[in-house]
Ligand binder design. Structure first.
Ligand code: MLT
Ligand code: ZN
Length: 475
């Protein structure tokens, strides 16, 4: 049963309409646990507004009654960013019913999209219009635009098109007092004071709830070439990246690294995944080239660079996708890494970035440090090596107790983070801070930086009702 006072319950039900408010424990359950099953929260109810107006009214009522609000999209956060705390006071507001692609403009190359549209559905709509939404992440089938923007998602195409932040021209968001901020302008140039939309990108729902956005699209590629390559290690992968970049930087659409261990987990734990190379390698690269022009130029480029890399001993084997089905099969091998690691037992994710030049040193040092800390640990790094983002994920030793392993998560995270810090990197490259990494904020973003973030939060959300417990460590 809900703890909401009857008057507020009735007002919320009226604002949200039929099916818009869930109060039954079993209906609410899927929204109270994160994808990784690391965080288990409680809520007074789960709201599912179908429009900005309904959402704004729900937030206004919450502000009036001092009820915290936890925004949630597809619930794919890796850091517990969309899970409420255990008090049961919060209202979870799920954006999934605001799910219309409102407009695609082929001259502006823009898309107006509501928060609850999945990233995959938005990509498909752009493709159907002959365009491309250049943002791709492993969870795109469930992740929703609102959450993707609130967390400034990165993913596979950042190397070419930037993070979510770079794609947002306009935004609409419900503020903590229920007002609607409408900065839905599709302008490339608009220097009129603070760029308020950017405040919400990466704010992880702590400043307001994103309801609609205008996204910048790109021409749809007419030719795409993908290759899966066997390399020696991260150093070899980086040398291969440099070879492509020095030959034709604008052609690189994705450049992904996978360690032998993490690829092996995919190969053994994911049905229908099979390595197309003759034998397993110490590490792999998935490189994708794309161009809005037709013709065989990309195939020539791929063959030229890989041929040279083969002669120099950078690549020991490579397969080029001969069909769209094969290209998607290569991507399946990459995108199932998180799922395979989940199936392998408990795991600790270190979503870090370092300058490209420091990646090999980082992987070597962090691997040695973690293997010393927990003998038998399975170090399974992979990620977006072309933009310096490594998922330095640690899987429990085979047969070990998962709970006992997770109880040491801070030891592992700190061991890795200390090395990242020495190398000038970040402790969170793309997943955000959520509730998992709040404890790291003072050491990493302390002083004036955290102080300014707190002041912005205090100015926009003086009562602290938006997504409490996220980003900021308890004061
Ligand atoms: C990915 O790129 O697949 C993810 O961000 C997942 C992860 O860190 O496990
Ligand atoms: Zn990633």
């Amino acid at each position: 049963m809900t703890s909401l006072p009857p008057a507020l319950l009735a007002a919320l039900e009226k604002a949200l309409g039929p099916g818009g408010l869930l109060t039954d424990a079993s209906d609410m359950a899927p929204f109270l646990t994160d994808w990784r099953s690391l965080f288990h929260g409680k809520a007074c109810a789960v709201a599912r507004p179908a429009s900005t107006e309904a959402c704004a009214e729900a937030v206004r009522l919450c502000a009036e009654h001092n009820v915290p609000v936890v925004p949630q999209g597809g619930n794919t956060s890796m850091v517990g960013g969309a899970t409420p705390d255990e008090t049961g006071h919060a209202l979870v507001i799920v954006t999934s019913r605001m799910n219309r692609v409102r407009e695609i403009d082929p001259i502006d190359n823009t898309m107006v999209v509501e928060a609850g549209v999945t990233l995959k559905a938005a990509q498909d709509a752009a493709t159907a219009a002959g365009l491309m939404l250049p943002l791709s992440i492993s969870s795109e089938g469930s992740a929703e635009i609102g959450g993707v923007l609130a967390t400034n998602a990165g993913g596979n195409n950042t190397v070419r098109y930037g993070n979510a932040r770079e794609l947002v021209l306009g935004l609409e968001a419900v503020l903590p007092d229920g007002q609607v901020l409408d900065v839905m302008r599709r302008l490339r140039k608009d220097n009129t004071g603070y760029a308020l939309r950017q405040l919400f990108i990466g704010s992880e729902g702590t400043l307001g709830l994103i309801t609609t956005a205008i996204l910048q699209l790109q021409p749809k590629p007419k030719s795409v070439e993908a290759a899966l390559c066997a390399v020696t290690d991260a150093k070899g992968a980086l040398a291969l990246f440099s070879a492509f970049r020095n030959t034709e930087p604008s052609a690189i659409q994705a450049f992904e690294f996978m360690s032998g261990l993490s690829m092996n987990l995919v190969n053994t734990l994911i049905p229908d995944a099979s390595l197309p190379l003759s034998e397993p390698a110490p590490a792999y690269v998935l490189v994708e080239l794309a161009s809005p022009r037709e013709g065989g130029a990309l195939r020539d480029l791929m063959e030229e660079v890989l041929g040279n890399a083969f002669e120099e001993g950078l690549v020991s084997d490579a397969v080029l996708a001969e069909s769209e089905t094969q290209r998607l099969a290569f991507w399946k091998l990459r995108e199932e890494h998180a799922e395979a690691q989940k199936r392998a037992g408990a795991s600790v994710k270190n979503d870090v970035s370092v300058p490209l030049s420091a990646i090999p040193t980082f992987i070597d040092r962090a691997t040695a440090a973690c293997e010393t800390l927990i003998p038998g640990i399975r170090v399974a790094p992979f990620g977006h090596i072309g933009d310096g983002n490594i998922h330095f994920n640690l899987v429990q030793p085979e047969g070990a107790d998962g709970k006992a392993f997770l109880a040491r998560d801070h030891e592992m995270m700190d061991t890795v983070a200390n090395i990242v810090k020495e190398l000038g990197g970040s402790f969170s490259a793309e997943h955000g801070v959520g509730q998992l990494k709040t404890y790291m904020m003072p050491a990493w973003r302390g002083g004036a930086e955290l102080d300014m973030m707190r002041r912005i939060k205090g100015a926009v959300d003086p009562e602290g009702i938006m997504n409490p417990g996220k980003i900021f460590p308890a004061a």
